[in-house]
Design a protein around this ligand. Sequence first.
Ligand SMILES: [Zn+2]
Length: 134
Amino acid sequence: MLHSGMVLALHSRPMPGVVHLLKGRCPRCGQGRLFLSPNPYNLKKMLIINPRCSHCNLNFIPEIGFYWGATYVAYALTVAFSGFTFVVSTLLFGFMNSLSLTYVWVNAALLFFISPLSFRFSRVLWLWMFWERD
Ligand SMILES: [Zn+2]
């Protein structure tokens, strides 16, 4: 059983969670933004990652080429998204219709429009997996 003081201590230092991950926040404090622009569809600034957390000063770029590995995450997200759209297409239009070229083009268009989100989320997830705890 938790002592009430322990509960207060837990509340005073909240751990970053899934919500912070989805919002693209710092994996250590959950406050600072990883990306300069909060809008992923701001195409001029969508690629710019802040060098450090504005709240806890965590280094967001630990080494040159750190985010290259995020391409594997983006690939996995693309495959998962395509699997999801295939299941939805099969439920709506049947299996044989989902094997058509129409499905491929619609899926490609959807992937194009979510690519800024996929780009950002893959980098955020990569940082959350491999940031240096000290
Ligand atoms: Zn931070």
